[in-house]
Design a protein around this ligand. Structure first.
Ligand code: URA
Length: 234
C-alpha cells in the first residue's frame, strides 16, 4: 500500500503536488470510487487514472537492443543516454530506471533496464556469474593460443592484481570472435583483447544469460516478466 499522491509521482505521472490537483479534479478512482483523499494508502492495482490502470505499478524490466552512441550513465554531461529512448513517464520514475551493468558508448546489443534495485544487485553480483556473450571484430589476426590464455583463469589485465575468471573465446574468423564472460570489469572485453595486441573495432553483446537480442531491432526493447529471473522485491 502506498500513498496515492506519492504513488502517482513515483510512477512518473506528475509531481506530488500535481497529483493532489488531479485527485481534487476527480481524475483518479480507487476501487471504482472517485478518490477524494490524496494521502490515502491505496492498493496500486485498484487505482485508475482517467479510467486507465496504472502504468507498470509493480516495476519495469526491459531487454533493450542498445544502439551505438548512447551511454548508460544518467549524468547529462556524459552525453545522450539509453534512457532517452524510453517514454517520458518511465524516465521520471522513482526509483529510476537504470541499466543492469553497463555497455560502453561504442558497444551495441543486449542491455537490461529495470527500476528494481534488488534485481540489479543480483544480476551484477560476481557471485551469480551470469554468462554474457560479446561478439567482437578486431584490427589484427587472433592467434588460436588466445583461447587457452583467456580460459586459464590466470589472465591478468594491466593494473589489476586479480586475474580474470576463465572466459570462453570462440574464433569465428581471423578477426572476429565471440567472448563469454561471467564478470563485468570496466571495459573488460576491449582490455582483454588490447592486452593480447588487438584493438577492438566493433563490439556487440549478443547474449545475457539465456536471453538473446536477435529479434529486437536496435533502439527498441521488449518487456520481460518481472519474475523472469525468479521472484524479486523492490
Ligand atoms: N566490455 C567492454 O570493453 N565494453 C563493453 O561495453 C562491455 C564489455
Amino acid at each position: 500500500m502506498r500513498r496515492l499522491d506519492q504513488l502517482l509521482a513515483n510512477l512518473g505521472y506528475c509531481s506530488r503536488s500535481a497529483a493532489r490537483d488531479w485527485v481534487k479534479a476527480g481524475a483518479v478512482t480507487v476501487r471504482g470510487e472517485e478518490a477524494d483523499d490524496f494521502g490515502a494508502r491505496v492498493n496500486e492495482v485498484e487505482v485508475l487514472v482517467d479510467g486507465q490502470p496504472l502504468d507498470h505499478p509493480a516495476g519495469l524490466l526491459l531487454l533493450l537492443n542498445k544502439p551505438l552512441g548512447l551511454v548508460c550513465s544518467h549524468e547529462a554531461r556524459e552525453g545522450p543516454n539509453v534512457y532517452s529512448l524510453l517514454p517520458e513517464r518511465w524516465r521520471r520514475r522513482n526509483p529510476q530506471v537504470t541499466s543492469v551493468g553497463r555497455l560502453d558508448k561504442d558497444t551495441s546489443g543486449l542491455l537490461l533496464l529495470t527500476d528494481l534495485a534488488p534485481l540489479v544487485h543480483r544480476l551484477t553480483s560476481p557471485k551469480h556469474k551470469v554468462p554474457k556473450v560479446y561478439r567482437a571484430t578486431v584490427d589484427s589476426d587472433l592467434k588460436t593460443e588466445l583461447v587457452a590464455r583467456f580460459a586459464s583463469g590466470t589472465f591478468l589485465l594491466e593494473g589489476e592484481k586479480e586475474p580474470c575468471a576463465p572466459a570462453e573465446l570462440t574464433l569465428l574468423s581471423p578477426r572476429e570472435a565471440e567472448l563469454t564472460l561471467t564478470e563485468g570489469r570496466f571495459h573488460q572485453v576491449r582490455r582483454m583483447f588490447a592486452e593480447s595486441g588487438a584493438t577492438v573495432l566493433t563490439l556487440h553483446r549478443v547474449r545475457f544469460g539465456e536471453l538473446t537480442v536477435d529479434e529486437v531491432p536496435p533502439g527498441t526493447w521488449r518487456e520481460l516478466p518481472l519474475n523472469f529471473f525468479g521472484s524479486v522485491g523492490r
